[in-house]
Design a protein around this ligand. Structure first.
Ligand code: URA
Length: 441
């Protein structure tokens, strides 16, 4: 077999045989196939796509490129949650502690930022002292004692995805159904949990722009999960505007803490309770075992709401942070988080309603403040990002602050122009769009 022939075949729109896909995945993982050939292959997939059989094979070989975590040492039905990526999506930091407070064992492996979207590992690393890598036995021990642990993707779990993910991030090859499916499902299947909840984002700030594409992605991933013996469900949620008001790593951690104190934005609170409720149902805790999907999710949602409002979820968050070496005092003192260097307000140039707030544009502007990477090896500025002062549907007056950018002086000057373009202000109040569009079980 020859790499150039496989790239040519895909470039010409032909379907690849499973052994050709295996050859590429194994060759790239071992280092025999260089970045430039894999980049060309990914771009060919981006333009020509892959059929269902190719996608299933790609997922399988990426999963098999490393080890499968054995979580049998953790009691209970372990539920993993994964978002397809969005702007301001800090739900893991809220949903994980809520679900854990309800008794769901949360043993989660998370990723870094990808393209214009953020990543949980980068967010967690903005907490002073927080360790996102752990020995497997310590990870299991923490889930058994504290109910939740979140680590970065280790080198031996789906290493093919780890390498391909980083390459896609810097070669403009993220937004492809087969590449997203194989990336997410290879690591979720290798991560060893019993059930998987996928939060498939849809809209300008998501990789899937239309609801139709998001549903196709959700159904394919749910099928692959269930076919592999894992109870898998998906929620399709809106990402037309950023989730919550904070975009950028430490800013998002602080907003997650506010949400756990029941002072967070409405959208992030609603979605977090819904996702945690479904995790409760998938795990069969809080009296949800044996209930049908609708009843089980309703009961799970009630349990999640109770864990949030009673403060149990906030306590879980602190315990989780402490267990991984972070300082739990950040929950009371924001001054312990990385401090911003400079700030700049973007102001409205007319009176009216915010009729659109383009999530991708805010994601790109946030990346340019220093909160995201332009190249694989880039260091990110953990304190940089954007705080939205208004959201879609809000009324503003000329001169009101629309958002504030944080980061290096020269970077935020340039990013402010991009952020300003995200806001559309007009005379008519827009209708409220539903946040949760569909649940696929
Ligand atoms: N999240 C992932 O893990 N992979 C993708 O390709 C997109 C989102």
């Amino acid at each position: 077999m020859n790499t150039v022939d496989i790239i040519t075949k895909k470039r010409n729109g032909q379907a690849l045989a499973p052994e050709e896909i295996k050859y590429l995945v194994d060759g790239y993982t071992s280092g025999d196939i260089p970045d430039y050939q894999m980049s060309a292959f990914l771009m060919a997939v981006y333009f020509c796509g892959m059929n269902r059989e190719e996608t299933v094979a790609l997922t399988r070989y990426m999963q098999l490129s490393g080890d499968t975590v054995d979580l049998s040492g953790i009691k209970g039905v372990k539920v993993d949650k994964h978002s397809t990526g969005g702007v301001g999506d800090k739900t893991t930091l809220i949903v994980g502690p809520i679900a854990a407070a309800c008794g769901v064992p949360v043993a989660k492996m998370s990723g870094r930022g990808l393209g214009f979207t953020g990543g949980t590992v980068d967010k967690l690393e903005s907490i002073p002292g927080f360790q996102t890598s752990m020995e497997e036995r310590d990870f299991i021990e923490q889930v058994n004692t504290r109910g939740i642990a979140v680590i970065g993707q280790t080198g031996h779990i789906a290493p093919a995805d780890k390498k391909i993910y980083a390459l896609r991030d810097v070669t403009a090859t993220v937004e492809n159904l087969s590449l997203i499916t194989s990336s997410i499902m290879s690591k979720k299947l290798a991560a060893g949990s019993d059930a998987i909840l996928l939060d498939v984002k849809c809209g300008s700030g998501a990789f899937m722009k239309s609801e139709e594409d998001a549903e196709q992605l959700a159904r394919l991933m749910v099928d692959i999960g269930n076919d592999s013996g894992k109870k898998t469900m998906a929620v399709i949620s809106d990402m037309e505007q950023p989730l919550g008001c904070a975009v950028g790593n430490s800013l998002e951690v602080l907003e997650a803490i506010d949400t756990l104190k029941c002072r967070g934005p409405e959208d992030i609170t609603e979605l977090s309770v819904e996702l945690a409720g479904i995790m409760v149902y998938l795990s069969g805790v809080s009296g949800t075992a044996g209930l049908d999907m609708e009843e089980g999710i309703a009961k799970g949602r009630d349990a999640a709401g109770e864990a949030l409002h009673s403060g149990a979820a906030l306590e879980k968050f602190k315990s989780f942070v402490e267990g991984q070496g972070g300082d739990p005092a950040i929950a009371e003192d924001a001054g312990l988080m990385p401090q911003q260097k400079a700030s700049l307000d973007v102001r409205a140039e007319r009176d009216g309603f915010v009729t659109a707030l383009d999530a991708m544009q805010i994601g790109i502007a946030s990346q340019h403040t220093g909160a995201g990477r332009q190249r694989k090896e880039d260091e990110i500025d953990l304190s940089a990002g954007i705080l939205l002062r208004c959201k879609r549907g809000d009324e503003v007056k000329c001169g009101d602050v629309l958002c504030t950018l944080y980061g290096d002086e020269d970077k935020i000057q340039a990013a402010a122009k991009e952020a300003a373009q995200a806001f559309v202000i007009s005379g008519e109040k827009p209708e409220r769009a539903p946040l949760i569009k569909k649940i696929i079980g």
